[in-house]
Design a protein around this ligand. Structure first.
Ligand code: AP5
Ligand code: MG
Length: 214
């Protein structure tokens, strides 16, 4: 299965991707994760991307399209992949369609995780991510993580630089302006499946799993 997860910042794309990987072993293609790694390693890509990410703006289309095209050709993508955080603009969606056609691949499901806007700021400002294993937590709903130690591997839990109230507010505006139109884009193609993301992550995964197994 080749799956795309669509949703606002904080909708739970990374959380659902982790559950899909655990259940089905797909390759995770997260442009946000790729860019954050490049920033941490201070590569030319990271140095170019950091300014956009810190402000909650999108990195230019041509940069991320190139990254995803290369990532889709890595061997692990053969077993099925999850696109998380890409595409984010109509230009990226069109480029993805072209790239998949060139590679002889298809998308099997576009899953939109729909969450009430007022829950998103709260989720994001309380998010913590393990520096070591990448697991995603929330200090409000999972108070056991407030000590900054990953319950899964003992690694250090960090807050993302772009999870401040100010940057989150801009990210949500950018989402409405540039990315939300993709819901109609994939609906018009008859590919969109929507799940109610205003429930526990496990309940949301029940619906995601049913779509994947259908
Ligand atoms: P990216 O990393 O993609 O961030 P995002 O889209 O803003 O989404 P998030 O990762 O913040 O949220 P998520 O939906 O994954 O939620 P999560 O599961 O973590 O992008 C970051 C930046 O990189 C962009 O701003 C841009 O600059 C750049 N970038 C990336 N891709 C790009 C592209 N294609 N083009 C251009 N620029 C790009 O969950 C969030 C929190 O909620 C956690 O605490 C979690 O525990 C909790 N939670 C999850 N599910 C639930 C639930 N069901 N109920 C309650 N809490 C939940
Ligand atoms: Mg994410």
């Amino acid at each position: 299965m080749n799956i795309m997860l669509l949703g606002a910042p904080g909708a739970g794309k990374g959380t659902q991707a982790a559950k899909l990987i655990e259940a089905f072993g797909y390759a995770h293609i997260s442009t946000g994760d790729i860019l954050r790694k490049a920033v941490a390693n201070q590569t030319p890509l990271g140095l170019a991307a950091k300014g956009y990410m810190d402000k909650g703006e999108l990195v230019p289309d041509m940069v991320v399209i190139g990254l995803v095209k290369a990532r889709l050709q890595e061997p692990d993508a053969e077993k099925g992949f999850i696109l998380d955080g890409f595409p984010r603009t109509v230009v990226q969606a069109d480029a993805l369609g072209t790239a998949l056609a060139e590679l002889g691949k298809t998308l099997d499901a576009v899953i939109s995780i729909d969450v009430e806007k007022n829950a998103l700021v709260e989720r994001l400002t309380a998010r913590r991510t393990c520096k070591q294993c990448g697991a995603i937590f929330n200090v409000v709903s999972q108070p056991e993580t407030a000590n900054g130690v990953c319950p899964a591997c003992g690694g250090e839990l960090l807050q993302r630089d772009d999870d401040t109230v100010e940057t989150v507010t801009n990210r949500l505006d950018v989402y409405e302006r540039s990315t939300a139109p993709l819901i109609a884009y994939y609906k018009d193609k008859g590919m969109l499946r929507s799940v109610n993301g205003n429930r526990s992550a496990d309940d949301v995964f029940g619906d995601v799993r049913a779509i994947v197994e259908a």
